[in-house]
Design a protein around this ligand. Structure first.
Ligand SMILES: N[C@@H](CCC(=O)N[C@@H](CS)C(=O)NCC(=O)O)C(=O)O
Length: 210
C-alpha cells in the first residue's frame, strides 16, 4: 500500500496516472496547496521542499518527494513503463529529464505569466510562451518519428509530460499547430488509467479536448 500526497496539478497527476496504470493499491491524501497545506510540519517530514507530489511506500517505509524520482521508483518497483533494454531504458530517462528540466519549469512559468498575470510582465510572458512553443516543437518532431516520447512504448516519460500538455489552453497553445503532439495527447487521453488518474484527488476539472 502506498500513501500518495497530492493535488490536482500536472506534477501531482503524473504520479496518479502511474499508480493507476500499475494497478497499485494507494491511499490519496489531498494537500491543498491553495490553502498552504504543503507547509504543514507533518507533510514537511515527507516532502522537505514543501511541494506535492510525495509518496510513502508502506511495504518498506521509504518516502520520496520529486515527481521524477517517484516515477522511477514506481517503475523500478513494478518493472512497468520503463523498458529494460539499454537503448530504450536511457531514452526513457532522457525524456523524463526533458520533462523535469524543461517542460515542467517552463510551462509552469508560462502558466504563471500568461494565464494568471497576463499584462503585468510582457517580457516574461513572451519569453516563457516562446520557450513553451519551442518545447512543443521539439516534442512534435520527436513524436513524428516515434509512437511515444522515449520509444514506441508508453513510458513514465510520457506520463510525466502528458499532464503538462493537458494545460495547452492555459498556455494559449493550439494543439492543431503540433499535430504529432495532438495525436499522442489524444491516444493517452483514451487510456482508462489516464481518466482515473486525472481525477485524483477527486475534482471537477474536465480533461481538455483540443
Ligand atoms: N520538481 C517538483 C515540482 C513540484 C511542484 O512544483 N509542485 C507544486 C504543485 S504542481 C507545489 O507543490 N507547489 C506548492 C508550493 O510551491 O508551495 C516535482 O516535480 O515534484
Amino acid at each position: 500500500m502506498i500513501d500518495l500526497y497530492t493535488w490536482f496539478t500536472p506534477n501531482g497527476r503524473k504520479v496518479s496516472l502511474m499508480l493507476e496504470e500499475c494497478g497499485l493499491d494507494y491511499t490519496t491524501h489531498a494537500v491543498n496547496i491553495a490553502k498552504d497545506e504543503q507547509f504543514a510540519p507533518e507533510f514537511l517530514k515527507i516532502s522537505p521542499n514543501n511541494k506535492i507530489p510525495a509518496i510513502v511506500d508502506n511495504d518498506n517505509g521509504k518516502s520520496l518527494m520529486e515527481s521524477g524520482a517517484i516515477m522511477m521508483y514506481l517503475a523500478d518497483k513494478t518493472r512497468k513503463f520503463w523498458p529494460s533494454d539499454p537503448e530504450n531504458k536511457w531514452s526513457t530517462v532522457e525524456w523524463l529529464m526533458f520533462q523535469m528540466g524543461g517542460v515542467g519549469p517552463m510551462f509552469g512559468q508560462c502558466h504563471h505569466f500568461t494565464k494568471y498575470n497576463s499584462g503585468k510582465a510582457p517580457y516574461a510572458e513572451d519569453r516563457y510562451l516562446n520557450e513553451t512553443k519551442r518545447l512543443y516543437g521539439v516534442m512534435n518532431e520527436r513524436l513524428g518519428k516515434n509512437g511515444f516520447l522515449a520509444c514506441d512504448e508508453y513510458t513514465i516519460a510520457d506520463m510525466a509530460v502528458w499532464p503538462w500538455v493537458a494545460r495547452f489552453d492555459w498556455q494559449t497553445v493550439d494543439l492543431n499547430d503540433f499535430p504529432n503532439v495532438r495525436r499522442w495527447y489524444l491516444e493517452i487521453l483514451d487510456r482508462p488509467a489516464t481518466r482515473r488518474g486525472w481525477n485524483v484527488p477527486e475534482n471537477e476539472q474536465e480533461i481538455p479536448m483540443p
